[in-house]
Write a protein that binds this ligand. Structure first.
Ligand SMILES: Cc1cc2nc3c(=O)[nH]c(=O)nc-3n(C[C@H](O)[C@H](O)[C@H](O)COP(=O)(O)O)c2cc1C
Length: 223
């Protein structure tokens, strides 16, 4: 006899909501398809976007996170071109998700695969309190539901663009960040850019390849 699984609601304790498949480092979580947003025009999203520092404890959903990641770096052409422009289409910015309160994503640190639209867990556990300390004790970091960390891989962009590499990568990160913000606003969520942190502590807390540098942190959550 098939035992019915309990209904999952926003009151269900977090541990019961977590899919077991992605609960250990190395496991992969395929994200749901991004859906066309019908509830906000671009103009409304532009008007609504504001830096939000106060977040409710209510979780956001895996569908919302999937949508924001797609907005940040979704593939929108058969050639592999993406939602944000990239100098020389080199795509030197890598995406990582720090999930804290997301229904359907166990708390942890994940890398985002743009082509597969999947998350791979790199480290298990809620990092938001420690991340807040890394960001000079900014409370909004601890209170947000998730954070998108953008890192720069300078290798190929330096070979192609020499001394302009750093400027080009930072400009690209800005495009990606704005896409995240506008999608969050369109979904009725709050978001903010964070640029103030200790780089050494960030690299210790969120281990990334040696040749990547953290360049931008973007939060989101229910306002
Ligand atoms: C690159 C960048 C870094 C930022 N870093 C922080 C930060 O570390 N902490 C913070 O509270 N706000 C940060 N902000 C948000 C700005 O304070 C905010 O954008 C500004 O006050 C304008 O308000 P608005 O975004 O609501 O229009 C950052 C914004 C940018 C663009």
């Amino acid at each position: 006899m098939k035992v019915p699984s309990p209904a999952v609601t926003s009151n269900t304790p977090r541990a019961l909501r977590l899919p077991k498949a992605a609960a250990v480092p190395g496991s992969k979580l395929k994200l749901p398809e991004p859906k066309a947003s019908r509830d906000a025009t671009l103009r409304l999203a532009l008007e609504r976007r504001r830096s939000v520092r106060d977040y409710s404890a209510e979780p956001i959903t895996v569908q919302q996170v999937s949508q924001m990641l797609w907005a940040a770096q979704g593939i929108t052409a058969p050639s592999g071109l993406r939602t944000a422009p990239s100098a020389g289409a080199v795509f030197p910015v890598k995406l990582y998700l720090v999930a804290s309160r997301v229904d359907g994503i166990p708390p942890g640190f994940y890398s985002y695969d743009v082509e597969e639209r999947s998350l791979t867990m790199l480290q298990e556990g809620d990092k938001q309190e420690l991340l807040s300390k890394v960001c000079m004790d900014q409370q909004c970091v601890a209170d947000s539901a998730c954070a998108l960390l953008l890192t720069a891989w300078y290798g190929r962009v330096r070979r192609e663009f020499g001394g302009a590499a750093e400027k080009l990568v930072l400009l690209e990160a800005g495009h990606i960040g704005q896409n995240w913000h506008l999608q969050a606003a369109a979904l009725g969520l709050g978001s903010i850019s964070i640029g103030k942190w200790d780089t050494t502590a960030m690299k210790m807390l969120l281990p990334m390849p040696r040749d990547e540098e953290p360049v931008y942190l973007l939060l989101a959550g229910r306002p």
